[in-house]
Design a protein around this ligand. Structure first.
Ligand SMILES: Nc1ncnc2c1ncn2[C@@H]1O[C@H](COP(=O)(O)OP(=O)(O)OP(=O)(O)O)[C@@H](O)[C@H]1O
Ligand SMILES: [Mg+2]
Length: 288
């Protein structure tokens, strides 16, 4: 078979750090940049070290380093094409990194085989811009299916958990509706209920409100706020909703050109950006 010459250059990265050493460094680094309250000897739930992703010959992520702590809400900001979705997709194993390490609870997930990927993914809930519900299943069935197929729960258990999560997102009375009978905001809330019903370690949101009519955005953000403030969920949220970021984020991360340009407390990033590219981006969002 003819093998096409690959143009991808693989950057050299050091091996993943020893977990305790890395946690110590991350802890020192994160102090002052997050509203998160640290426990003694806490290790981050997600640790990204030297993450690189190149498509064909275009580097899209260039040495991204990021840690996320248990219960922390990290909002990722940045212009279109900066690599935000690619980073989330690498964490969720939807993309394979070109180089670098991603660790969940100190376990390296990069290089996992198909069976390990299944196991890892159940700990990483993802909410997409386009909901991705099964149109032929009811809201209840959509929230049950992963619990049944991946977690092997009984029908009764899965249905009870699904009802609980639909109630939480304010849709108990829509349990028997199918996605085409629901508004975009309602569909997105079902998608959130579906992700939460799996009790993942981390919830990843990729612009969850970008496809919604403006009047439906609030309800989805309220559900996300409830998960963050009352549910103790660890969340990485890519969004352009600046009010949400300012209020709910423990930390804001600004990406551009595949690089984490700046990160810190929301009030610092918004009101006193250190990097001129962050300032320019935030200015353009305000004007929009
Ligand atoms: N499968 C792919 N093949 C080739 N290039 C890709 C692929 N996926 C993403 N890219 C490129 O990677 C870059 C980063 O894309 P990504 O979707 O991560 O950006 P983003 O920050 O999420 O942007 P947006 O705000 O528009 O969603 C873009 O230039 C994009 O064209
Ligand atoms: Mg994107």
């Amino acid at each position: 078979m003819h093998v096409k010459h690959s143009k991808i250059e693989i950057p050299e990265v050091p091996p993943a750090m020893n977990a305790d050493e890395a946690a110590k460094i991350d802890f020192e680094h994160a102090q002052g940049t997050t509203r998160h309250t640290f426990l003694e000897n806490e290790h981050p739930v997600i640790r990204i070290e030297h993450l690189n992703k190149t498509f064909t010959d275009t580097p899209v992520l260039k040495d991204v380093n990021l840690e996320v702590w248990h219960g922390e809400v990290v909002v990722v900001l940045g212009p279109s094409g900066s690599g935000k979705s690619t980073m989330l997709r690498c964490i969720n194993l939807l993309e394979t990194p070109t180089a670098g390490h991603i660790l969940v609870d100190d376990e390296e997930i990069t290089g996992a085989n198909a069976k390990q990927k299944q196991e890892i993914r159940r700990n990483l809930g993802m909410v997409f811009q386009s909901f991705n519900l099964f149109p032929h299943l009811t809201a209840l069935e959509n929230v049950m299916i992963g619990q049944r197929k991946v977690l092997g729960k009984s029908k009764e258990e899965a249905a009870a958990e699904a009802m609980k999560q639909l109630e939480r997102v304010g849709l108990a009375d829509r349990a028997d509706y199918k996605p085409p009978q629901l508004s975009g905001g309602q569909q997105q809330r079902v998608a959130i209920a579906r992700a939460v019903a799996m009790h993942p370690k981390v919830l990843l949101f990729d612009e969850p409100t970008s496809a919604l009519d403006p009047e439906l955005v609030r309800g989805v953000l309220d559900v996300m706020r409830d998960l963050a403030e009352n549910g103790g969920m660890t969340m990485i949220v890519v969004t352009h909703e600046m009010g949400f970021a300012r209020d709910v984020a423990d930390r804001c991360v600004f990406m551009e050109g595949g690089v984490v340009v700046e990160q810190g407390l929301p009030e610092d990033v918004f009101d006193h950006p250190q990097n001129e590219r962050t300032a320019a981006f935030l200015g353009s969002i305000k004007e929009a």
